[in-house]
Design a protein around this ligand. Structure first.
Ligand code: UDP
Ligand code: MG
Length: 238
């Protein structure tokens, strides 16, 4: 069975080579049939050049997709999933906050129970300020109250999926993609495992408070008819 790693990269010049080395080191002797699909999401730094070097040295194992501008992580994930050839596909960040060791663990969990379609990792320890963490918890409370699908607090897109689930996600033609919701919406048997978030190897998080709010708003609009009902109610009243 072939494993594909889908890696969205935005301004990760210092991290891509490290990520690539760390994956090879971690998988060595354990996993041999794998490919790495890097998606360069319109980086303004040397990420593109560095990915090109990695590709030139290992073109049989590595794919590099390049966006014309920054489209955001969701778009990068979609492009990566569309081009991944594996029977199993894992989405993982380029900054090594999500260590490839966890991918090995996900594979183990999946191999122990054939009814599992997806192993998703959630953050055991949140490495962020109290304010951000509180706002995120509130978001999960609100969205789980009003949305038609379940959202697990702390679960990200760091997950290993079997091919049928990947195909189901790709068959959804949403333009504004909110992966957290799509993963849940398609169903499938998902097992959640905790993982320790490491420190970012280099560079900075791409999330600002504004981006987080916009993202939360997109999620609520995409997966709940509550705002629509509210607007209709208010409209009728006035
Ligand atoms: N990323 C991306 N496009 C963006 C923002 C982020 O492809 O517009 C990638 C980024 O390079 C990283 C992953 O998404 O591999 C997670 O981003 P980040 O580390 O900034 O998020 P955090 O870990 O802080 O939640
Ligand atoms: Mg990160």
């Amino acid at each position: 069975m072939k494993l594909s790693l889908v890696v969205p990269c935005y301004n990760e010049e210092e991290n891509v080579q490290r990520f690539y080395d760390e994956v090879n080191k971690t998988f060595s002797g354990l996993i041999s049939n794998y490919e790495i699909v890097f998606v360069n999401d319109g980086s303004a730094d040397k990420t593109g050049e560095n990915l090109k070097k990695i590709y030139e040295n290992d073109s049989s194992r590595v794919q590099v997709l390049t966006f014309s501008r920054n489209f955001g992580k969701e778009a990068a994930i979609y492009a990566g999933l569309s081009n991944a050839k594996g029977d199993l596909v894992c989405i993982i960040d380029a900054d090594l906050q999500q260590h490839p060791d966890v991918v090995v663990e996900m594979l183990k969990v999946m191999s122990e129970d054939e009814t599992i379609d997806c192993v998703a990792a959630y953050q055991a320890n949140r490495r962020e300020g109290k304010a951000i963490s509180a706002v995120k918890s509130l978001f999960y409370k609100v969205i789980n109250k009003i949305a038609e699908v379940d959202f697990v607090n702390g679960a990200s897109d760091f997950r290993l999926m079997k091919r049928p689930m990947v195909d189901a996600i790709l068959s959804l033609s949403e333009r504004h993609r909110f992966s957290k919701g799509l993963f849940s919406w398609v169903g499938f048997n998902t097992e959640y495992i905790p993982y320790d978030v490491a420190d970012r190897q280099s560079g900075e998080t791409k999330w600002s408070v504004y981006k987080l709010f916009k993202y939360a708003f997109d999620g609520i609009i995409s997966f709940s008819t509550f705002p629509l009902k509210l607007a209709t109610g208010v409209g009728l009243l006035t």
